[in-house]
Design a protein around this ligand. Structure first.
Ligand code: ADP
Ligand code: MG
Length: 185
């Protein structure tokens, strides 16, 4: 089993937090979420930071957070826009295994509509959610792809997404889930 950090990337709602927690449990890694840590450190929400200081100020804090939390044996969920900065793309590729959680627009929009309270980001464009998701993915899909070492189908059940990730990073690691569940009885 690898000890490298595992970075989860993808659009808002693709399941980075949900899948990341399960993956960390399966591997007995720490789970870290750059959005959550940044907000804890700042003592305010991302929406607040963006409203008061703008996106560039938020993005530079995001880069600083990413670099400061990266550690072995951790699963790191990132913000949807982390791949916009070349410095972040290079950092991710060099310092861990990068997994793109890819899901269709309709799936992402459906999740964001069902659970609006879980997306703490301000809307990026002020447009209807499915239109916004489509535009964001059109801008970012190529960047997610070029940054990722592995791409998984994030439209299926979270446990299946975890299994795909374990199978992708190294097949002996897929045994870690089975070993854990065997130990748990
Ligand atoms: P992200 O951290 O990538 O923005 P979240 O993990 O917060 O995404 O998930 C957004 C919403 O979608 C949550 O309400 C979560 O329960 C739900 N969700 C995430 N992954 C899945 C999945 N694979 N299947 C069904 N629902 C999911
Ligand atoms: Mg999240």
């Amino acid at each position: 089993m690898t000890t490298e950090p595992i970075f989860l990337i993808g659009a808002r709602g693709c399941g980075k937090t949900t899948v990341g927690q399960k993956l960390a449990q399966a591997c007995q890694f720490d789970f870290l979420d750059t959005d959550q840590i940044l907000q804890q450190r700042e003592g305010r929400t991302i929406a607040d930071i963006v409203a008061k200081e703008g996106w560039p100020a938020f993005r530079s804090r995001e880069t600083q957070t990413l670099q400061s939390v990266t550690a072995p044996q951790s699963v790191i969920a990132t913000g949807g826009g982390i791949i916009l900065a070349p410095v972040n793309r290079e950092f991710l590729r060099k310092n861990g295994i990068v997994i793109y959680l890819k899901a269709p627009v309709a799936v992402l929009a459906g999740r964001l509509e069902a659970f609006p309270e879980e997306s703490q980001r301000p809307t990026l464009t002020g447009k209807p959610i499915s239109e916004e998701v489509r535009e964001i993915l059109a801008q970012r899909d190529a960047l997610y792809r070029e940054t990722a070492h592995h791409i998984v189908d994030a439209a299926c059940d979270p446990d299946d997404v975890v299994a795909q990730i374990l199978a992708a990073i190294n097949s002996p690691a897929a045994a870690c889930i089975q070993a854990n569940s065997a130990t748990a009885g």
